[in-house]
Design a protein around this ligand. Structure first.
Ligand code: SLL
Length: 247
């Protein structure tokens, strides 16, 4: 028989909420200091945390953040809370986040992807125009996501940890669903942004489609005109050829 710690509890799933994402702020030139790289413009943090600042270290052992290849030592391992990395930079890119669980979980690491957003979304300019950048601001730009990690058939030892450590008020079995909590801003803002962006993109696509449709109609008319002219020309040529033949 398997040791009790490795034995899995059949037929149940445990859930734990996490929040992951980035917060960035433009650093005004006068605040950049001598060690601030000259081509960098922003300071940002990528993080994995619990909701309402709750501890997750009883089930998360380590978080590995993989940054853009322009960063020195792009793989950053964080082995204790807060599971986060703060950096400076100039550009946006996708960060790979690998969440490693405590050994009792007997789970493989979970890989997440998050796009670092450093510039605020500008509804006036849904499609960014590098020649016409949005006004600069030093307000924090958040991009964060709520998620629930599902542990299917957790080991007995891990279920015990979930029941007794960290946020024990959370049900260890069943959906935590903080998304339904109106006080939680994570998804709301990001989703609203996304919906605005999609709606604007749909509008833009429809406008372009309408323009193209008009262009097609116009081109078809031109084509019909040209065909008509060619027919007339052919008729004329036929006529004059017949005249030549008859003579
Ligand atoms: C872009 N495709 O062009 C992205 C790349 C790279 C971000 C963004 C600085 C790193 C360093 C930095 O911000 N890299 O020099 O240490 O927007």
């Amino acid at each position: 028989m398997a040791p009790s710690g490795i034995k899995r509890v059949k037929g149940i799933s445990a859930f734990r909420p996490i929040v992951y994402g980035t917060v960035a702020r433009r650093v005004p030139p006068e605040e950049r200091g001598p060690n601030f790289p000259p081509d960098h413009t922003h300071r940002w943090t990528v993080f994995v945390k619990g909701i309402h600042g709750r501890d997750i270290s009883h089930f998360v052992k380590k978080v590995q953040f993989k940054l853009h290849e322009t960063y020195a030592n792009r793989i950053r391992n964080v082995e204790a809370p807060p599971f986060q990395v703060t950096e400076t930079g100039w550009g946006e890119f996708e960060i790979q986040i690998k969440v490693y669980f405590v050994p009792e979980a007997g789970e493989k690491p979970l890989t997440l992807f998050h796009f670092l957003k450093i510039r605020p979304y500008n509804p006036e300019m849904p499609i960014e125009d590098p020649a016409n950048p949005p006004p600069e601001t030093s307000e924090p730009v958040y991009s964060q996501q709520y998620d629930e990690i599902i542990f299917n058939e957790p080991t007995e030892a891990f279920l015990e940890i979930l029941k007794t450590k960290g946020d024990v008020t959370l049900p260890s079995v069943g959906k935590a669903n903080a998304r339904a909590d109106p006080a939680e801003p994570f998804n709301k803002e990001t989703e609203e942004d996304e919906v605005n962006r999609i709606n604007l993109a749909i509008k833009k696509v429809n406008e372009v489609l309408e323009e193209k449709r008009k262009l097609i109609v116009q081109k078809e008319q031109e084509l019909a005109e040209l065909r008509k002219k060619r027919l007339e020309k052919e008729e004329q040529e036929k006529g004059s050829k017949m005249e030549v033949d008859e003579s």
